[in-house]
Design a protein around this ligand. Structure first.
Ligand code: AP5
Length: 211
């Protein structure tokens, strides 16, 4: 059987990256993430695309969406190369959802549901290991190794002010995408507010049922 094509939706901090890493390993699929792809290309020159700013950095550091034209091209190329994937961070508005329909079919559409208060707590406490890319949380999931702890970094957009703006942008642009998949009857909701392993048990069972 072909590898599954999985879409994971959810607000900033809902646990998309955390669960996608597990999905990628367990189901042997590519983790396609627009956030990581854009962070790796934050200073790419996009001025020829007639955008408000010249690089993705300005949009990301303010918590705004990077223009569709930039992001659509990244996803299109990544999906063409992937034999099975978990797509994380895209689509973030209805226009991107329409583009995605032209790029690929999906086997599973998951939504991780988490309250706003919990999202803010998770994002402001999140830290990343720059050497491995592993994600930690100062309170929920601190590293055991003091060497790792000493080198942890905070993402530029995880300050409280930018987090609040990212959540506003999410409500305005991305919630309609979730409603769209819900209206089509393909959305599988998972309670993302549980402990990571409990969320994982539900995510895994949902994918296994669907493919
Ligand atoms: P992106 O990188 O996609 O960020 P995001 O959607 O805001 O999501 P996050 O990565 O912040 O959170 P997550 O859901 O992956 O949570 P995580 O697993 O890390 O996008 C960043 C920016 O790029 C955007 O603002 C935009 O500018 C641009 N961009 C990206 N895609 C775009 C697009 N399609 N169009 C236009 N612009 C785009 O978990 C968070 C924390 O919680 C961690 O510390 C983790 O350890 C902890 N945690 C996770 N699960 C649990 C749990 N169950 N219980 C307790 N703690 C948990």
């Amino acid at each position: 059987m072909a590898q599954p094509r999985i879409l994971i939706l959810g607000a900033p901090g809902a646990g998309k990256g955390t669960q996608s890493a597990k999905i990628s390993e367990a189901f042997d699929v590519e983790h396609v993430t627009t956030g990581d792809a854009l962070r790796a290309n934050k200073d790419m020159d996009i001025s020829e695309m007639d955008t408000e700013y010249d690089t993705p950095r300005e949009y990301m550091d303010q918590g705004e969406l990077v223009p569709d034209e930039v992001v659509n091209a990244i996803v299109d190329e990544a999906l063409t190369q992937a034999d099975g994937f978990v797509l994380d961070g895209y689509p973030r508005n209805l226009e991107q959802a329409e583009e995605l329909e032209d790029m690929t079919d999906l086997d599973v559409v998951l939504s991780l549901d988490v309250s706003e208060e919990e999202l803010v707590h998770r994002l402001t406490g999140r830290r990343m290991d720059p050497e491995t890319g592993d994600i930690y949380h100062l309170e929920y999931n601190p590293p055991e190794d003091p060497e790792v702890e000493a080198r942890l970094e905070q993402r530029d957009d995880d300050t409280e002010e930018t987090v609040r703006e990212r959540l506003r942008v999410y409500r305005e642009n991305t919630e309609p995408v979730i409603e769209h998949y819900d209206d089509e009857g393909v959305l599988e909701r998972v309670d993302g507010e549980q402990a990571p392993n409990e969320v994982w048990a539900d995510v895994k069972a949902t994918i296994e049922d669907a493919v």
